[in-house]
Write a new protein. Structure first.
Length: 110
């Protein structure tokens, strides 16, 4: 009986944790290792973001976040603010212009 109660309690806790966690994949314009660091570092300081990982091969940023603290639109704005496109949201022009040449869209990946 105690085992059933423990398993039931664990299931409720797991459900509660999942309500505070969502995942999103955002297509970026990142092209090199320096590009990987910028959005990942910025996400580390973004409220509600639990983790992020940029896959340079497909240029996708995978983010785990708390939907009670942030939302996809805000996450895309963060990516744009460091100079990269985020799905259909274009990079902030001033931030993009400040990127090193290797991080520009027309640059070849290193």
């Amino acid at each position: 009986m105690l085992l059933i109660f423990c398993l039931f309690g664990f299931s409720i806790q797991t459900l509660a944790q999942n309500k505070n966690q969502a995942e999103i994949t955002i297509q970026t314009s990142a092209v090199c290792e320096m590009c990987k660091d910028r959005p990942e570092n910025e996400m580390a300081y973004t409220t509600g973001v639990k983790s992020s990982n940029l896959d340079l091969e497909n240029k996708k940023l995978y983010i785990v976040y708390n939907p009670k603290k942030t939302n996809p639109e805000q996450l895309k704005k963060v990516i744009s603010s460091v100079g990269y496109d985020a799905d259909q949201m274009l990079a902030d022009k001033k931030a993009y212009d400040a990127l090193p040449p290797c991080c520009k869209k027309d640059a070849k990946a290193h």
